[in-house]
Design a protein. Sequence first.
Length: 547
Amino acid sequence: MVKRGLQLLYAVLILHVLWALGAWLLDRPILPAPWAVYMYFPHLLNMDLWWNIYFSLYRLALSLVFATLIGVPLGIMSVRLPKFGALFEPLVYFTYPIPKIALLPVIMLLAGLGNASKIITITLIIVFQIIIGVRDAVKQISPTMYQVLDVLAANRWQTFVNVTGPASLAGFFSALKIALGTAIATLFFTEMYGTQYGMGYYIMDQWNRLDYLAMFGGIIVISVVAFLLFLTISGIVMSKKVIELTDKNSLSEIIVKRYFRLLLPFIPVAVLTYLFIQCGWFGNVDAGAVSTSTWLSTCHAEQMSFLQLIFETVIHTWFGGDGNFGLSCVFWMLPAIFQGSIVAIVLGAITWAVKPIKAVLLFLVLAAIMVLIQPLYVPFCLGAAFSLCTHKLFRRKNEWGGVIAFILGCFFGGYPTGVNPTNVYRYLNFLPDYVITYLFWHLVGAVLVIYGLANLYMIPKFLAGRVFSFLGKISYSVYIWHTFVLCTVSSYTYIFLQQMDYDNEAALIGTFVITNIVMILWAFLYSKYVEAKLDQLLKKLLKWLTV
């Protein structure tokens, strides 16, 4: 891995030397020196470059998704269904050599000049590479594998999940890496027409303006984006190998059931909450005033239907988390719990199965993925990579460094938002305008906290105690029921104590004590008799669905 990294660095250095030599020999503005282009980069970042990158990635991502959804089933069907393959393979053989880019004018006439024509063109070009890659991979599967499943009376879905799907992944990812280069080249060509956003448009626009520094800056940006995407796909392939080195059955079971493991205990909370809202049993204005939450008034104003409740419960709460109405604005941490747990599982598998240098590379690739998917998880990946690098260099945990990093991380991570003349951000406000100062330092704080925790010996022993083990078992029940308890037990207790002529301070203390007792007791009972039973039911269901 180190050797490969040095080879990559050597290749980049050679390219820059040749570029600098060409600029020196030509000595014309049409070929600026590399350092001149890099010095011009701050000016590029203040332009519409980010929007151009976004639109190019959007078109590229949709094209890859559509090509995958079309190519993978067709590649598998052409092998597993002989009659279909006999009709389909001659069609692929005949149409594969045809230059599909020549069909761009026809596609533009049919689909217009917008994103649709560009996505269709890219998809049409790369789908053949995926079909052929998947088909060849499926052909290499030994018939013995299928015979074993036939003996076990496996159906077609179980055969796909256990044999055909996993065996075709290698061919799929190899084809995807090849298709990625073709897709980016096609993307550049299609963005030269009928659009005002995209890296292809951006580069050609700067060429027309004779702004060669910006033009070469755009070429570097699209090259770096393509390289990061290639690394991402390579990282996924390496992660698959990592998972295969671990206890694959238990690891895959954890990942597959994670969504349902979190969703099932949440459904009773959502249904009961909906019932209380419809019946007005939350105390309405009084409960909202006591809990200082606008959630109740929002729900009453919107009058959520039962169909909306299902959508909020099953989809938006887990994959949205930023809604202004319904359940998602209260349980905004649930998508972080769900998605973050998957990240933690993958990082744990990588750390266990791979040497530190390889793990660091995979962490960085995962961080690049998280930039596009969920930036809040980037510090976790970077912190894990930082920690592993330190362990590799020092061969032992850095106790004092961990203490200092943990303290600084808590400071930066928990410091208030905004920049004003009275807080510490006035000394740290040296970042570019497009970077939010406090958010950047919060992310730095998260990285430092993770690094500090990874280097402190006392943390695992401290968290393994009985008290924290008990709190860990009931923590999820506490979270999903906390709003319900606040809007019922807390609100009615506070109002009752106020009516009993207790002063405000005594009423608050009494409400706090009663709420915590009820919350812990209810969470314990719910986790033991509901969560545990639902978990057992989920295991039986997964066992029934698999061989």
